[in-house]
Design a protein around this ligand. Structure first.
Ligand SMILES: *[C@@H]1O[C@H](CO)[C@@H](O)[C@H](O)[C@H]1NC(C)=O
Ligand SMILES: *[C@@H]1O[C@H](CO)[C@@H](O)[C@H](O)[C@H]1NC(C)=O
Ligand SMILES: [Ca+2]
Length: 412
């Protein structure tokens, strides 16, 4: 049982908050599955020495004990909230979800759905009926207002994201779409992208709000829970300019939206950069196609061609050095990684390539998947797809690559 199984509209109704407050003053004997369990977890009912202090801190004005500012906390149902005084949480239309800050505050979770306005950091944009699925049609949108004029970016974490997939012929999102307007251009996505993220440039000042819309048509069991974080212009977590996705670890995994080796379809009309922060003392980067545990022949890199058959690597854009064609290689759908070479050639091949496509991940034309390396900094990938798949490009899944940054001593 999680608190968010309560009807979402409860969040917006004052009487609902009052009910919570009033009922909170008369804790009764422990019984599970009560609304109190949903809101505060069982700890609330445990007759521990701290329980009276806990109770006071929630319902009496002992707020000076709370450290000022908000720290992040986790609700039992998995959402991240902001730790604050209970009174403040209710005043700001948040949902108190268990104690935090050593019992002096509540983990306050903010949810918004269709028609909502996001004013708090770390607010979740959820589907109507959340956490149950939503089968309705229309446009469900939330408006994000900057908490402060000095907010430069939004980070969207697609905590749960499953809307109708693109159609099978050209992989266009013509049934459902996630659209983001008011910020930097973002690709339209659909299908399933749980775990992926996006950064949106929010522009200067308070002027233009960013609107997140999920547009739906026809029947589909949709589910979404997107965390919207606001990032200060001076924050160390700010992504580099022009990066839709930004990764900050020495090793990690990058993949296209709606990637899934079983049934995912590479989305059409994509154009964006994926950036990997260059960590100190690392000068190069290597990429490998992710393991594909579902298929006998890996579909972890299937960008063009008919991926129901074996498709070689195609490379282009680098002057045709390693079997690529300067003009005809990878012109419709491609991944660009600056000056890539195969890592297993010693000495390395003199030439390098920029674009890679086809159905096998390597920096050289052929059927053999290889580790690819690059020393172009900053580390960035650029993904482009056009609006056409059929009849030549069939069942492509997109890409999933594992990356590892390479120390400066390692020949880079
Ligand atoms: C919003 O929350 C994120 C993550 O919890 C944090 O990194 C960021 O600094 C917060 N933004 C503001 C404006 O407080
Ligand atoms: C993998 O190959 C085996 C043996 O050829 C076959 O039985 C199986 O169906 C294949 N699996 C997939 C997912 O194609
Ligand atoms: Ca295409």
């Amino acid at each position: 049982m999680v608190y968010s199984q309560l009807p979402l509209r409860c969040v917006y109704v004052i009487s609902c908050s009052l009910f919570v407050l009033a009922a909170g003053k008369v804790p009764t004997a422990a019984h599970t599955n009560s609304w109190r369990d949903l809101f505060f977890g069982n700890k609330w009912l445990t007759p521990a020495p701290s329980s009276s202090r806990l109770r006071e801190s929630k319902f009496l004005p002992i707020f000076t004990l709370m450290p000022y500012g908000t720290s992040s906390c986790a609700a039992p149902s998995g959402e991240l909230g902001n730790c604050m005084a209970s009174k403040d949480c209710l005043l700001r239309n948040g949902i108190p979800a268990g104690p935090c800050g050593g019992g002096y505050g509540v983990c306050c979770v903010f949810l918004q759905t269709c028609g909502g306005i996001i004013r708090e950091n770390s607010t979740y944009f959820v589907n109507p009926n959340h956490p149950d699925v939503y089968d309705g049609t229309g446009s469900c949108q939330v408006t994000v207002q900057k908490m402060h004029p000095d907010i430069c970016q939004l980070r969207l974490d697609l905590d749960m994201f499953s809307i109708a997939p693109p159609e099978p012929a050209n992989h266009l999102c013509n049934q459902d779409q996630l659209l983001i307007s008011g910020g930097s251009p973002t690709p339209t996505i659909c299908g399933s992208s749980t775990g992926d993220h996006m950064y949106i440039d929010a522009g200067l000042g308070q002027s233009n709000p960013i609107v997140l819309s999920v547009i739906t048509s026809a029947s589909f069991p949709r589910l979404w829970r997107v965390r919207v974080s606001q990032i200060h212009c001076g924050s160390i977590s700010r992504a580099d300019q022009g990066c839709l996705q930004y990764f900050t670890a020495i090793s990690g995994r990058v993949r296209s939206f709606n990637y899934n080796t079983v049934a995912g379809r590479q989305l059409s009309n994509q154009d964006y950069s994926i950036c990997i922060r260059n960590e100190r003392n690392f000068c190069g980067i290597q990429y490998n196609a992710c393991p594909d545990l579902e298929n006998n022949r890996s579909r972890a890199f299937t960008i063009s061609g008919n991926s129901n058959n074996p498709v070689p690597t195609l490379v282009g854009g680098g002057g045709g050095a390693n079997g690529g064609s300067p003009t005809s290689g990878c012109t419709s759908d491609w991944l660009l990684i600056g000056c890539i070479r195969s890592a297993d050639r010693i000495p390395p091949l003199p030439g390098c390539e920029d674009r890679v496509c086809g159905g096998t991940f390597s920096a050289e034309a052929g059927m053999l998947a290889k580790t690819v390396q690059s020393s172009v900094r900053p580390f960035r990938l650029y993904f482009h797809t056009d609006g056409v798949e059929a009849p030549n490009d069939i069942d492509n899944r997109g890409f999933c690559l594992d990356y590892v940054q390479q120390p400066c001593t390692n020949g880079f």
